[in-house]
Design a protein around this ligand. Structure first.
Ligand SMILES: [Zn+2]
Length: 415
């Protein structure tokens, strides 16, 4: 079986024929000549209609999917047409988008691998450069964003992610419907303006159909949601509240440890960090003993720990009313604790009383985890980054791995 036969089978285009396959001068690549099929019409790349030929451009190499360790190139002299509507323009090529030196098939091939491997690994595995892989992802993501269907969107989650040193953040908006979870949008910074950008993209009509919004307590997000999605039930993300509480507890513990050392006390809190931060059921046996020991002392850390543990009950309620009663009770108790970081939490929770109870009104269907799970995937994508430090590249990589975007179709599945 000849290479031409295989190509005709898997990458056939009406109007063109493969003519001759041979090794390139370096013997490391294969070159295949392509020529127009006799009698087939030339197609204008401007309007997609048939148009009379005008002249030829010089021969170009279009990189194709590598085969058995050989790079493969299609060689073709692109024609220009004299179109009635568009004037003299280049003809339409079914295998190329006209801008890139790679064929569509090759770009799709690289982009799919770039989802599994890092971009650098992809480049190395298929004897190409990081830039070429980046171009491929850019092409596939661009196509996907243009062809994706946004509606209907019932539920969204918004979260921020830190992407570089010096407090550089991205705002990520996810769709978190039962049927589909995907990344919808990436914005620079986490300001009111950046989050508003998402609503500009989806338009007022789609925004007005959103029923649930999950977010953390970041003020700019709260404001934008109030303004753009006032009809939606706004739920505060459980994960973030738990995280905030752990942070407060850790502050208390660190400060108390320092104070005890300063005052020359026995270092009671040594190695206690994970005993109090981890969930009880995740403690090792040793940590359990350590915790039991610790709880005998009247320390600020212990009292803060008990408040934190007590708060777990909040999530177990089903009725918003009783959850609300519990929340009030917990906050009153905490405000009397004289532990400043915990009091700060209580004040924040009080300020967001109504939003917190929305979690129960939504019947807990958007509990913890959905947004957080997606955000963890986003972090993994960033970690796989070798040089994703610019916003543009990071944006591409995130859409590529989390956007569930449609892909340009090929007549054959190459991989
Ligand atoms: Zn035209």
């Amino acid at each position: 079986m000849e290479l031409i036969t295989i190509l005709n089978h898997c990458h056939r285009h009406r109007g063109f024929v493969y003519e001759h396959a041979r090794f390139g001068p370096d013997k490391k690549s294969i070159e295949v000549d392509v020529r127009p099929r006799q009698g087939a019409a030339t197609v204008c790349s401007g309007c997609g209609k048939a148009a009379p030929g005008y002249d030829h451009l010089p021969e170009r190499r279009f990189e194709f999917i590598p085969l058995w360790g050989f790079l493969v190139f299609l060689l073709y002299c692109r024609r220009r047409v004299n179109c009635r509507g568009c004037g003299v323009v280049a003809e339409e090529l079914p295998w190329s988008d006209g801008k890139h030196p790679s064929t569509k098939a090759h770009m799709l091939f690289l982009a799919r691998w770039a989802r599994r491997l890092s971009w650098q690994e992809t480049a190395e595995a298929f004897h190409t450069s990081w830039d070429r892989v980046c171009e491929a992802v850019e092409y596939v993501v661009g196509w996907g964003l243009e062809h994706r269907t946004l509606e209907p969107i019932h539920a969204i989650g918004v979260d921020e992610i830190q992407y570089a040193k010096g407090h550089k953040y991205l705002t990520l908006v996810y769709q978190i419907d039962q049927e589909i979870t995907r990344l919808l949008w990436v914005g620079r910074e986490r300001t009111i303006e950046s989050f508003q950008g998402f609503f500009t993209v989806i338009g007022e009509q789609l925004a007005s159909q959103i029923e649930f919004v999950c977010s953390d307590m970041w003020q700019p997000y709260l404001e934008v949601i109030r303004e753009k999605c006032s009809q939606a039930l706004h739920i505060l993300d459980r994960f973030h509240i738990v995280a905030k509480m752990n942070k407060a507890l850790d502050e208390v513990r660190a400060a108390e440890t320092r104070k005890m050392a300063r005052d020359g006390h026995e270092p009671l809190l040594k190695k206690s960090r994970w005993c109090v931060l981890k969930r009880k059921e995740n403690l090792t046996f040793k940590q359990q003993l350590r915790l039991r020991d610790l709880l005998r002392y009247n320390l600020q850390t212990v009292r803060a720990y008990l408040l934190k543990e007590d708060f777990q009950q909040f999530w177990k309620y089903n009725s918003p009313h009783w959850a609300g009663m519990f929340l009030d009770f917990w906050c009153r108790q905490t405000m009397r604790s004289r532990i400043e970081p915990m009091k700060k939490i209580a004040r924040t929770l009080r300020a967001h009383h109504a939003l917190l109870l929305n979690y129960f009104k939504a019947k807990k269907q958007f509990s913890s985890g959905v947004v957080e799970g997606l955000n963890n995937k986003a972090k993994v994508t960033m970690r796989k980054s070798y040089g994703f430090r610019t916003f543009r590249i990071l944006e591409l990589a995130l859409y590529h791995s989390l956007g569930k975007l449609p892909e340009p179709e090929l007549t054959h599945e190459f991989f």
